[in-house]
Design a protein around this ligand. Structure first.
Ligand code: ZN
Length: 514
């Protein structure tokens, strides 16, 4: 690479037809590239780039000359199945990067090192939070007790906020008669992501890939009136979707996951205020989880769509108005809406600047139509309600993965699986340690005691490695005075205080989620 850079060769773009490109790569014996070219629509031009003798398929763009590359590095290589399909050839994938200055390269490498240290799969193992295993099947998550404690805190907070926000909580089954997915249309356009049906009493049943049709069925159990709206129904609904094993990735891409789903059924005139409320809800929830930097996108009508022009115009302008009423900066993603309606996506930025897609708010003209939803309007006629799908966290699995990486495993106290660890300095203070443990537990604090015979230094190190927010150290002096010596993982040594003061410090931190 150094030599190629030194030669400062021009990089030239070559356009060719599909047939020319197929012929060229067939001659070179490049069967994978031939396959890629065959997938490109015939109407699109095929581009290659060439410098010196080297010519390869590439969409571009490129630097104009090889000499513009001032710094480069080979990063890693890994084996990967062709197109993520484990039944196909196994290839070697080589990762590398190039920059226009050494400084930029170094900054990139530093960010990358930080990201590796935060990898949720690595921390998940070290902190005993979750696992995946081949014996179980890839992409299926086992939540260990400590991971489950965090998940429970997230779920409790989520449910509580939803009830406060005017939602009703619902629960729906994991399987249903396959006819439901015929009506919803999922069998037509989503079948590749769905698992095979199972036979029950001569009927086909289907593992659910989505919760929506169930909420619709609840809607249909009664004749609804315009006065009933908005209906806001939320569910932590576990769904199963087929993903190729080659693309599965820790908690971020899995085959079974729990969406923090909700559906809002409302009238036309309520859409804007409902969306605005969901936006407020999204930002306040994300802030509680420690995210304050957002990117917002409004996706408009794609080429293939259902619904009328009037439907789309009304809904798109309602989404726009909602964003503008909240003075939210957003970008328009033209044509990136779902075929059934426009949507708003919110990405959160983590502490090292990576953006993660979590929240989505989607208007749907399709399902109300397919399921023939209606309500009695104020003039007595039957009308179709508007349906909005929304998820704030996206899925609990994925969001948890993002949280682990954002905090590098050092969770804020309200989420930490162990919030305080009480450490004894000597055998004699063990009864004292136990009374403190009971007091903390009685206040709902997730506390544990380390009364092992290990040296103090190694007990402290172990609590540090487990990223426990508070370490409470008890020696004879503390026991005699009814006090504790407190160390905060984030703020360092907080000194000696009476037990009750520590309890009020930690419980207020947990309650306020700060
Ligand atoms: Zn939905």
């Amino acid at each position: 690479m150094g030599e190629i850079v030194k030669k400062n060769l021009p990089i030239e773009k070559k356009e060719m037809t599909r047939d020319q490109a197929i012929q060229l790569f067939q001659q070179k014996g490049e069967k994978f590239k031939v396959e890629i070219i065959q997938d490109i629509p015939a109407s699109e031009a095929i581009t290659c780039f060439q410098h010196g003798e080297w010519l390869d398929l590439c969409k571009g763009p490129h630097v104009e000359r090889t000499g513009e590359i001032k710094a480069f590095k080979l990063l890693s290589s890994a084996s990967a199945y062709w197109r993520g399909d484990e039944k196909r050839d196994r290839l070697q994938r080589i990762y590398g990067t190039a920059f226009t200055s050494q400084k930029d390269l170094e900054e990139f490498l530093e960010r990358r090192k930080q990201a590796e240290a935060r990898d949720h799969r690595k921390l998940g193992k070290e902190l005993d939070l979750f696992s995946t295993m081949e014996e179980l099947g890839p992409g299926l998550i086992l939540w260990h007790p400590k991971g489950a404690r965090i998940r429970k805190s997230i779920e409790d907070f989520w449910r509580e906020s939803h009830v406060k926000g005017g939602y009703e909580i619902v629960y729906t089954p994991h399987i249903a008669n396959r006819d439901l997915w015929k009506t919803s249309g999922h069998l037509d356009f989503y079948q590749d992501s769905m698992y095979s049906p199972m036979d029950l009493d001569g009927q086909d049943y289907q593992l659910k890939p989505m919760n929506c049709p169930f909420h619709i069925q609840i809607f249909k159990t009664q004749l609804r009136s315009y006065r009933d709206f908005p209906l806001r129904w939320a569910e932590l609904g576990t769904v199963y979707r087929y993903e190729r094993s080659g693309v599965l990735h820790g908690l971020l891409r899995v085959r079974g996951f729990t969406q923090d789903d909700a559906h809002i059924f409302c009238r036309d005139d309520q859409l804007e205020s409902e969306v605005a409320q969901v936006l407020d809800f999204t930002f306040s929830m994300m802030k509680t989880f420690g995210f304050s930097d957002f990117e917002v996108y409004l996706s408009t009508r794609p080429e293939k769509f259902v619904g009328t022009d009037a439907n789309w115009e009304h809904a798109t302008s309602a989404l726009k108005q909602a964003l503008e009423s909240r003075k939210i900066k957003y970008e328009i993603d033209p044509g990136e809406g779902v075929f059934y309606g426009p949507k708003i996506d919110v990405k959160i930025r983590d502490v090292i600047g990576r953006a993660w897609q979590c929240s989505t708010i989607q208007v749907d003209f399709n399902l109300p139509n397919r399921f023939e939803l209606e309500y009695v309007s104020d003039d007595g006629t039957r009308k179709q309600p508007i349906m909005v799908h929304r998820a704030l966290l996206g899925s609990l699995e994925r969001f948890f993965g993002v949280l682990v990486e954002h905090y590098a495993g050092l969770f804020p106290t309200w989420l930490a699986p162990v919030q305080a660890r009480i450490i004894s300095i000597s055998e004699k203070v063990v009864p004292y340690v136990e009374t403190i443990l009971e007091k903390l537990k009685a206040q709902g604090v997730r506390a544990e005691a380390d009364v092992s015979n290990e040296k103090l230094g190694s007990k402290i190190r172990s609590a540090e490695l487990q990223k426990v927010p508070y370490m409470i150290i008890c020696g004879q002096k503390e026991a005699d005075q009814g006090k504790v010596s407190v160390r905060s993982k984030k703020k360092g040594d907080l000194g000696v205080m009476v037990v009750e003061d520590f309890i009020s410090l930690i419980t207020s931190e947990i309650t306020n989620k700060n």
